[in-house]
Design a protein around this ligand. Structure first.
Ligand code: GLY
Ligand code: MN
Ligand code: MN
Length: 464
């Protein structure tokens, strides 16, 4: 598990490794500065979370792995992303050293946490200069043990010591993330956000809002490009990267009937005047918290009557969920409130010929032909956060202050749907907001982005 990533074998190049060369490259570098970083804002919150986990698993040793790099192809890797539970329990976000491991020893009353990571190899080693997988000449400097201890306020050790520690422990004492009970507990631990997490969510939303504004500005360029959706995707990504952030998931830049493909991430279609553009995108901060926002906008700046009719129906469904959202209401009741509106509309428009009671009964739900996804999901470090939580803790659970989730109904009329009149075909609309449960209701964190169709049109006119 803690094997060092090997130096990739390749017939492509050779590097000198004569004693003379190694001596030459190892020396002549300025001394490292040893200023320790200040304690991270997340550190105290992460310590509390570790204490909660230790209390829930007395007598066990919990091994929480950050995970390693994932290969994209051959010897190139995707941008590294630590496991969410590891980040949540350490406070270490985007700068986590790959393959790090948190060990929480809950055998004694006062639990003991240790963080193992691959410490800097030192310039006297061959690894430093020649290992393209982990050598610091290749992938950048790694922090020292003292530095991470100061940053995260945790005991740190070299990863090389971990195997020996684990080899001394009886197997039945050790729980890892592959253990279903532990994984479930850790996901349920994130259902209610603490004040640090809420602040991060606000930051992720604010950064995402800027990206949406930039996309509106990029529309003329997108219209004039044969792969206009790529221009849209890039405008959002550029804002995220220029602000020093990343994305929480692949952007969905879906123009025209692509909006009916729920997870359209190919983003290679044109952006045509007269169509709608559905943009589902979220910025992820260095702390790994992400927003998840969708706006559907008329590319010319004005909805046509059918587009507006569909848009207003979706908005009404979203507003129905907003209207009842408060502590004590069951999570699934939000979906039911939104679906009642959608079912009513589909009956009113003559797309299904049954009563509302029949439509909503059991798993009949014929109106779901036009909205097959759910209305809400928890949101945090994972875009679909807390996914391993039990249904009693998730969809069947009452809302609690501090929960953050999406409200995102939609209507999608596929271009080949013979059950709807022609003018509806190819129209897809989703409105997705991120909300925080407060004492008496919910706060719409994404309220800075217009939702009402008149406001969307005014926003586009003002941004043009
Ligand atoms: N962006 C994926 C979702 O809305 O759930
Ligand atoms: Mn979502
Ligand atoms: Mn989304």
């Amino acid at each position: 598990m803690t094997d060092k990533p090997k130096k990739p074998v390749s017939g492509r190049t050779t590097s000198p490794n004569s004693p003379e060369f190694m001596k030459f490259i190892s020396a002549g570098w300025a001394d490292e500065t040893s200023k320790l970083p200040a304690k991270a804002d997340a550190a105290g919150y992460a310590a509390k979370r570790r204490a909660t986990v230790a209390e829930a698993f007395p007598g066990k040793i919990l091994v929480i792995e950050a995970g390693g790099n994932v290969t994209r192809s051959n010897d190139t890797e995707y941008r590294y992303r630590a496991h969410t539970s590891f980040a949540h329990l350490t406070g270490w976000g985007a700068k986590t050293v790959p393959d790090s491991v948190l060990v929480i020893d809950a055998r004694a009353h006062a639990h003991h946490s240790q963080l193992f990571f691959r410490k800097t190899a030192g310039r006297e080693t061959e690894e430093f200069f020649t290992n393209a997988a982990i050598g610091e000449f290749w992938v950048g400097p790694r922090p020292g043990l003292d530095s991470v201890a100061a940053l995260l306020d945790i005991e740190t050790h070299d990863l090389a010591e971990l195997d020996e520690l684990l080899s001394k422990l009886p197997d039945d004492l050790v729980l890892r993330l592959s253990d279903a009970d532990l994984a479930q507990f850790l996901d349920e631990l994130r259902l209610v956000k603490d004040e640090y997490e809420i602040e991060q969510m606000r930051g992720a939303v604010a950064a995402s809002v800027e990206g949406f504004h930039d996309v509106i500005r990029a529309l003329p360029k997108a219209i004039n490009h044969e792969r206009g959706e790529r221009v849209i995707e890039t405008a959002f990504f550029a804002r995220a990267r220029m602000d020093g952030n990343d994305l929480g998931y692949e952007t969905i830049a879906a123009s025209g009937s692509h909006a009916c493909i729920l997870h359209w991430i190919q983003n290679d279609g044109p952006v045509r005047e007269g169509d709608l553009l559905l943009l589902d995108a979220g910025v992820e901060l260095e702390s790994l918290y992400t927003a998840d926002v969708t706006r559907t906008i008329p590319i010319t700046g004005h909805f046509n009557p059918t587009q507006r009719k569909v848009y207003e129906a979706v908005l009404e469904a979203a507003d129905a969920a907003f209207a009842i959202a408060k502590p004590g209401v069951l999570f699934q009741e939000l979906h039911e409130a939104a679906m009642e509106v959608i079912a009513k509309k589909m009956i009113e428009w003559g797309f299904i010929d049954i009563t509302l009671e029949e439509a909503l009964a059991g798993d009949r739900q014929l109106h779901r032909r036009w909205m097959v996804h759910g209305t809400s999901h928890h949101l945090g470090m994972d875009v679909h956060d807390c996914d391993k939580a039990r249904k009693e803790m998730y969809r069947e659970a009452p809302l609690r202050e501090g929960m953050v989730f999406t409200i995102e109904p939609g209507l999608y009329f596929q271009p080949d749907d013979l059950r709807v009149p022609e003018e509806f075909r190819g129209i897809g609309v989703r409105i997705e907001d991120d909300v925080l449960v407060t004492e008496f209701g919910v706060e719409n964190l994404t309220a800075a982005l217009p939702r009402h169709p008149d406001d969307v049109e005014a926003w586009m006119a003002a941004t043009a």
